[in-house]
Design a protein around this ligand. Structure first.
Ligand code: ADP
Ligand code: ADP
Ligand code: ZN
Length: 216
């Protein structure tokens, strides 16, 4: 199973990705998570990425495509993968096509999570993430049992630096300009499953499972 998750910031990609990789036993590759790990470890890549992320802009393709190519060449991706947050523009999509061609593989599906723009800011601004295990919560829509504490591992919850109203609005605009055209790009290949993301988390997941059917 080789999947891409498309959708604007706050659509629920990370939340659904966690469920998908558990069910289908494939690695979860989130370019945003990779950049954030690099930032917290103070690496050169992290230093270069941070300014773009703080402004809600895309990190340049030269920094992004190579790291995805490396990640996909690792052994655990032989069984498939779940790409979350990549590709984000046409250049990245073409770069992914080349990686797939080199390995003589094809995408299974592009899961496109649709949520109205009006909901996205509230979703992203209320997002809280576990420092220890990465589990995602929402202060209102998916609250942890205890304020600020992860249900899964009791780790501390934090708010991403870019989850403020101004940066989120910018990221939504960047999505509309640069990423949304990929829905058309992959529709032409007949592999897009569009999912209504404005439903309960478990119902969204059911719809994704249905759209994947018996795909391997
Ligand atoms: P993305 O990875 O697309 O940016 P996330 O999965 O991190 O989105 O979800 C954004 C926020 O919205 C999180 O706080 C998450 O808990 C919440 N969320 C995710 N899916 C739903 C849903 N179906 N209904 C309500 N809130 C949701
Ligand atoms: P969200 O789904 O909420 O937008 P992500 O974690 O996917 O959040 O991305 C956070 C930020 O990381 C983006 O705003 C961008 O700066 C950077 N980023 C993540 N993935 C990519 C990518 N494929 N290309 C360029 N920048 C990226
Ligand atoms: Zn946790």
């Amino acid at each position: 199973m080789r999947l891409i998750l498309l959708g604007p910031p706050g659509a629920g990609k990370g939340t659904q990705a966690a469920k998908i990789v558990e069910k289908y036993a494939i690695p979860h590759i989130s370019t945003g998570d990779i950049f954030r790990t690099n930032i917290s470890q103070g690496t050169e890549l992290g230093k270069q990425a941070q300014g773009y992320m703080d402004k809600g802009l895309l990190v340049p393709d030269e920094l992004t495509c190579g790291l995805v190519a490396d990640r996909l060449s690792q052994e655990d991706c032989k069984v498939g993968f779940m790409l979350d947050g990549f590709p984000r523009n046409l250049f990245q999509a073409i770069s992914l096509d080349e990686i797939l061609k080199d390995t003589d593989t094809k995408l299974t599906k592009v899961v496109n999570i649709e949520v109205d723009k009006e909901l996205l800011v509230a979703r992203a601004v209320g997002r809280r993430i576990c420092k220890s295990c990465g589990a995602t919560f929402h202060v209102e829509f998916n609250p942890p049992k205890e304020d600020g504490v992860c249900d899964v591992c009791h780790g501390e919850l934090y708010q991403r630096a870019d989850d403020n109203e101004e940066t989120v609005s910018k990221r939504i605009q960047v999505y509309l300009d640069e990423t949304k055209p990929l829905v058309d790009y992959y529709s032409k290949q007949g592999i897009v499953a569009s999912i209504n993301g404005d439903q309960q988390i478990d119902k969204v997941f059911k719809d994704i499972e249905l759209s994947l059917g018996s795909e391997k």
